[in-house]
Design a protein around this ligand. Structure first.
Ligand code: NAP
Length: 474
């Protein structure tokens, strides 16, 4: 099997050293991915630096045209992209198609934003002076992306950086590099100048060390676990290298007595079980107000029992495999720990299929003590922890009782309460009666240990621009 290539300085490069890429639904090896060591990463940064000298001067309108061409290429090959995402990540095909659609929208959004790297003119405080605030691209950017949304989370970084006038070296997750190779093919087809976008793969530790220590790399943008994010923070200290960090989450869902039951059920199902529970903004703790709990909890369990687990390529599948069998083992440990601490299992709770399979039955637990592992650490799996609360103040306190602060969800028809919640919930994104808050044109990111900075929206472009004050005596 010929390994899938890296994309270095405008060329597709295949290497002998390669990593196997497995289909999590079957355990079979799908492909081999070429890898590179530190020397090639250093060369990629040098080539990105050389390319930056001209790319930074390409006007926003022209950068936009390149992004639009890439978007059209991705759209032309959208079925191939969706199938590749399902093969390497496992998610149901319609969800992969949704990921591709959002990727195209991100590319088009940042094509529009490429024209808008606005500065401003500030009125002087001293006679004869003028103050200009200008924005310039930060330089060579290194992007590190995770496996759970392998295409859209990589492109969210790449599109914004290219729009800002930066050049990018992307390192995708080792479990899911194949859609990044397809993306490189789209970049190549759009005739982006060589070195402006490059794709590397291999040992995360080695590649990240080069990104951190090489002074040509001016910013690292990372999406992944809080643990790796903390390592990057430590490693970035030596050069005070700027970081954007999209890290783990532990999102609460609050369902109030006055909620529209159907909307609350629908929104909670999506927030919990989309992407087989492997989403950074997935609902991890679900709190139901006592007056609606008797209706909500049995209806929720019925819906969860009706979810169909299986190979994401098969029609009608709602729940795919987890990324690997070890992820199922970890989720089973969280379930056992909650049960040992007196939580009640309402459905699921077991591996689905053979002993070594990567499938987990969609699970619901209730009366889950706060000290259970899954109430503190992310259970990156289709496992719902459902508890009951009495007052709004209690709900807010329990929602905020986490080191994470990525997303929070609330279902209520009381507008005053909605405002109190949006102001007091400690999260970067809040869905009120909405289980899917992400959109290209609004900022995405977390507070507390969920990260630094924002992607998407106008903030997404700003993350790759330096702000300079020019004081001019006239
Ligand atoms: P991960 O283990 O942190 O991996 C993410 C990326 O970091 C991969 O490309 C990985 O490469 C790389 N990596 C691993 N070790 C590294 C190191 N020492 N230095 C630099 N990079 C390193 O996370 P994951 O398990 O793939 O993803 C799940 C986590 O990501 C969850 O915590 C989830 O909440 C979080 N996440 C956050 C967001 C957000 O927007 N806030 C979005 C999605 C996911 P290899 O694959 O080669 O190991």
């Amino acid at each position: 099997m010929e390994p899938s290539p890296l994309y270095l300085n405008g060329e597709f490069v295949t290497t002998v050293q390669a990593l196997p890429v497995r289909n999590p639904a079957t355990g079979e090896t799908l492909a081999q991915m070429s890898t590179c060591g530190r020397d090639q990463v250093a060369q990629a940064l040098a080539d990105a630096h050389a390319a930056f000298q001209s790319w930074r001067n390409v006007v926003g309108k022209t950068r936009a045209d390149f992004l639009l061409k890439i978007a059209s290429e991705v759209e032309r090959r959208k079925d191939e992209f969706a199938r590749t995402i399902t093969l390497e990540n496992g998610k149901p095909l319609p969800q992969s198609a949704g990921e591709v659609a959002m990727t195209i929208d991100h590319l088009r959004w940042f094509a529009e934003e490429a024209r808008r790297g606005y500065g401003r003119i500030v009125p002087p405080q001293a006679e004869g002076k003028r103050h200009l605030v200008i924005k310039t691209p930060i330089g060579v950017v290194a992007a590190i992306s995770p496996w759970n949304f392998p295409l859209v989370l990589a492109v969210r970084k790449v599109a914004a950086a290219l729009a800002a006038g930066c050049t990018v070296v992307l390192k995708p997750a080792s479990a899911t590099p194949l859609c990044a190779v397809l993306f490189a093919e789209c970049v190549h087809a759009a005739r982006l100048p060589k070195g402006v976008f490059q794709l590397v793969a291999g040992s995360a530790g080695e590649i990240a060390a080069e990104f951190l220590e090489n002074p040509l790399c001016r910013k690292i943008t990372f999406t992944g676990s809080t643990e790796v994010g903390k390592n990057l923070i430590a490693g970035a200290a030596a050069q005070v290298k700027p970081l954007s960090l999209e890290l783990g989450g532990h999102s609460p869902v609050l369902v109030f007595d006055d909620a529209d039951l159907a909307k609350a059920l629908e929104g909670t199902m999506i927030a919990k079980y989309r992407n087989t529970g492997q989403s950074c903004i997935a609902a991890n703790r679900i709190y139901i107000q006592r007056g609606i709990a008797e209706q909500f909890i049995p209806a929720f369990v019925e819906r969860v029992k009706a979810l169909k687990a299986g190979n994401g390529l098969e029609p009608g599948v709602d729940i795919g495999p987890l990324i690997n069998p070890a992820a199922v083992d970890l989720a089973l440990q969280h379930i056992a720990d909650a049960q040992a601490k007196s939580a009640k299992l309402l459905c699921g709770g077991k591996r689905h299929g053979d002993a070594g399979s990567a499938f987990l039955e969609p699970t619901v637990l209730t009366s889950v003590p706060g000290e259970s592992c899954g109430m503190c650490d992310e259970t990156f799996a289709p496992v719902a922890y459902v508890n009951v609360f009495d007052t709004e103040a209690e709900a807010i306190a329990r929602a905020n009782d986490s080191t994470y602060g990525l997303a929070a969800y609330a279902f209520t028809r009381d507008l005053s309460r909605a405002f109190r919640l949006m102001e007091s919930l400690e999260a970067g994104m809040i869905g009120i009666n909405d289980g899917v808050p992400t959109t290209s044109n609004a900022p995405f990111g977390g507070v507390k240990q969920s990260g630094w900075g924002r992607e998407l929206g106008t903030e997404g472009l700003d993350a790759f621009l330096d702000t300079k004050h020019v004081s001019l005596v006239v």
